[in-house]
Design a protein. Structure first.
Ligand code: B12
Length: 216
């Protein structure tokens, strides 16, 4: 099978919510010497397309969940390969990431977490519905200098500001780099709440984190 075919089949496995195919095709892509970063990119495209279909009510929650499992299956094969390349001889920088309090959307945050991990960062995923106090507690406990907070809804976007206000109130704002992102977040919003950075997507977030942390 030619490279292109394998990649389009890999994307199709996400669109078909096919966990077994996703795993097998991920293995096959590595066997064929395809760059695992490129493979993760097409998986992400598949998830994005499904997000649009979900909005149009062409697919429903169970399918989104299955697709997310298929994504994770493929990642379990691809991620170690990417990490191997990216972490050779480097000390990993810890980052905590989560979706803010009141918000249970996780797919995009998981993608960002995965991309950061594959880029060599030590990612601690706090999950969803994370309160500002928990972000701080865990960042301190884990020695993380970066706190990455996702919001997918206009009702929960203010919690990103609450997080920054909370860090200010505790007198520790300058000890952390706060990254914000998620469907409803914009550069303007990030500027408005004085976040340190805004990541529009997973790849942009990796580049941003590398720039802010001066990682090559
Ligand atoms: C899937 C989905 C769900 C699933 C979530 C499943 C799960 N486990 O994640 C379910 C069905 C549970 C759900 C529930 C709800 N949802 Co919903 N959901 C979506 C949907 C269709 C897709 C989201 C998604 O996964 N996108 C795919 C990922 C890959 O994209 P992404 O999250 O944007 O992430 C990318 C970037 O934003 C960025 N990024 C993401 N996180 C981070 C973090 C950082 C730090 C950085 C830097 C970058 C970054 O990188 C990612 C990769 O490129 C969106 C619509 C949409 N198209 O966005 C609505 C949407 C977000 N939901 C919405 C709503 C209203 C709800 C509900 C309130 C519905 C309801 N009435 O019950 C509940 C909320 C419950 C709650 N308390 O959170 C609205 C929000 C409207 C708004 N503007 O406020 C949307 C926009 C749909 C709509 N048009 O109305 N939802």
């Amino acid at each position: 099978m030619a490279d292109k075919d394998i990649l389009s089949e890999l994307k199709q496995s996400i669109l078909d919510f096919d966990e077994d195919a996703a795993l097998e095709l991920a293995q096959e892509s590595l066997a064929q010497g395809i760059d695992p970063v490129e493979a993760v990119g097409v998986l992400a495209d598949g998830l994005n397309e499904l997000g649009v279909k979900f909005e149009r009510m062409e697919v429903f929650l169970p399918e989104i969940m299955l697709a997310s499992d298929a994504f994770k299956n493929a990642l379990s094969v691809l991620e170690p390969e990417i990490k191997k390349k990216n972490t050779e001889g480097k000390k990993a920088i810890p980052i905590v990431i989560g979706t803010v309090q009141g918000d249970i959307h996780q797919v995009g945050k998981d993608m960002v977490a995965t991309f950061l991990a594959t880029a060599g960062f030590e990612v601690y995923d706090l999950g969803v519905d994370v309160a500002p106090s928990r972000f701080l507690e865990e960042a301190k406990r884990l020695g993380a200098k970066v706190i990455a907070a996702a919001s997918l809804m206009s009702t929960t976007r203010p919690v990103q500001k609450d997080l920054i206000d909370f860090l200010e109130a505790k007198g520790v704002r300058d000890q952390f780099i706060v990254l914000v992102g998620g469907g409803v977040v914009t550069q303007e919003w990030a500027d408005q709440i004085a976040a340190d950075g805004y990541g529009q997507d997973a790849i942009a977030t990796v580049n941003l984190a590398k720039r802010l942390l001066h990682v090559a």
